[in-house]
Ligand binder design. Structure first.
Ligand code: MD3
Ligand code: FE
Length: 202
């Protein structure tokens, strides 16, 4: 896929139908231990996206700012483990010296979207990010870190994308979700799983 950003890689349909069902099962099996919640921006506004995390570290946002922390902000419990199949997918796609220690789980329902932003709360901004889309399709927007022109890419259920090198600091967001375009997610909507190397090397 041609985009404005070098280092953006897309594997359309990387996960077949059965792999998508299995991954949704793996996510839902962990939600009792790490339920979705609605984070707030540092300015005190609620995100329209609901979030949870898997792994040693999870991305959270509240009036104290953006950060990674080892526990769920509402339950105080450790985040559930990252589904092993996602670590295998990391190895098979971006690989590298370090495996991810954080998996942000975003749930888009009822018109939820995500404004244009950069991801820069991770300790090593040289490490890649890997993203898996499940459920309803979404229109994803991406442009260079410095600003300027952006490109829209449709992300369908089972698509995997990687952000490496210059794309790591790209501006990106989700303009809209095509509600009802998939029946994969119980209760409907779109799930996005993002694997990151968030913490410092052990
Ligand atoms: C480009 N999530 O969680 S995934 C996020 O679909 C986030 O939920 C979107 O942006 C979603 O921060 C987009 C694709 C993605 C993920 C991480 C990136 C694109 C990225 C990091 C750097 C550049
Ligand atoms: Fe992001």
């Amino acid at each position: 896929v041609k985009t404005a950003v070098e280092g953006f890689r897309l594997w359309p349909g990387a996960l077949d139908a059965q792999a998508q069902v299995d991954l949704v099962d793996a996510v839902f099996a962990r939600l009792d231990a790490g339920p979705f919640y609605q984070p707030q921006t540092p300015g005190g506004r609620p995100f329209s996206v609901r979030m949870s995390n898997f792994g040693p570290l999870g991305w959270v946002s509240d009036r104290g700012g953006y950060r990674y922390q080892p526990t769920h902000p509402e339950t105080g419990r450790a985040w559930p483990d990252i589904p092993p199949v996602l670590l295998d997918l990391w190895d098979a796609t971006v690989g590298g010296p370090r495996r991810p220690d954080a998996c942000l789980v975003n749930l888009y329902r009822d018109g939820a979207k995500m404004g244009l932003h950069q991801d820069r709360d991770e300790a090593d901004l040289g490490a890649p990010v890997l993203s898996v889309s499940l459920g309803d399709a979404a229109m994803f927007r991406i442009g260079a870190a410095q600003g300027g022109r952006t490109t829209t890419v449709r992300l369908d259920s089972g698509d995997v994308c990687a952000l490496t090198g210059p794309a790591r600091l790209a501006r990106h967001g989700i303009d809209r979700v095509l509600e009802g375009s998939s029946r994969l997610i119980p209760g409907g909507g779109r799930l996005n799983l993002t694997l990151r190397v968030a913490g410092v090397s052990p």
